[in-house]
Write a new protein. Structure first.
Length: 226
């Protein structure tokens, strides 16, 4: 008796307007960032690198008004390594790829996206998402540590994430509540996450708390590209 129920549920989800691929308003956005750096010392070198101020990216986003205070949206975003033309994070839309449904009750999103912990950190650092100096980057990448001390860095972006958010964007004033969960789809239970964040932004202050639990298993640390 389980199979008919699962099939009906699947058909119902496919027919839901929130998962529609159509959008009334589709936009293209991106950042192209390159810098020339020179270091002089016992090992002098001059380099041309990407991400001196912000990580390069290219993305598409769209929104469709469904009526009754509801709207559907999507985001597809890839990273760009401007100095050599490659695409980091395994290629494709590795930075973000999700769909969502927004209403008076909040926003529900599913796909690869940022975690609640990331947004709370982003709201409190002056360097934002700077590729070289932002604490968000330094906390998320642990490849500079000795091999014996390496752990999986703070998961700022997660695949298969189901997320509920109440409130505006990271810079919006007022209350913001963010809850997210992702199943263990990887081998040996790797990839699951449970995350929560809450914050309040006033005219001149920000108060926030966030926590997350990542099932990393025995996976080695991977480069973090924000």
């Amino acid at each position: 008796m389980k199979h008919p129920i699962r099939q009906a549920l699947t058909l119902g989800l496919l027919a839901a307007p929130g998962l529609s691929a159509l959008a009334q308003d589709v936009g293209l956005y991106g950042i192209a960032d390159l810098y020339v750096g020179s270091i002089r010392g016992s090992d002098s070198r001059t380099v041309v690198n990407e991400g001196g101020n912000a990580v390069s990216r290219l993305g598409f986003r769209g929104r469709e008004d469904l009526g009754g205070g509801l709207s559907a949206h999507f985001v597809l975003e890839m990273g760009l390594t401007m100095d050599n033309g490659t695409i980091p994070l395994g290629g494709g839309f590795g930075r973000q790829s999700f769909v969502g449904l927004q209403g008076p009750w909040g926003t529900v999103e599913a796909g690869r996206q940022y975690t609640p912990l990331f947004f709370n950190l982003l709201a409190t650092v002056p360097f934002g998402m700077n590729a070289n100096w932002a604490p968000v980057q330094l906390a998320g990448s642990v490849d500079g540590q000795p091999a014996a001390a390496r752990t999986v860095g703070l998961a700022m972006r997660q695949s298969n994430l189901l997320r509920y958010r109440y409130g505006g964007g990271p810079r919006a004033k007022g209350l913001r509540v963010d809850v997210a969960v992702a199943p263990d789809e990887g081998a040996a239970g790797v990839g699951g996450i449970l995350a929560f964040g809450a914050s309040y932004r006033g005219e001149r202050y920000f108060i926030g708390y966030a926590a997350q639990r990542l099932d990393s298993g025995s996976a080695a640390a991977t480069p973090f590209h924000n």
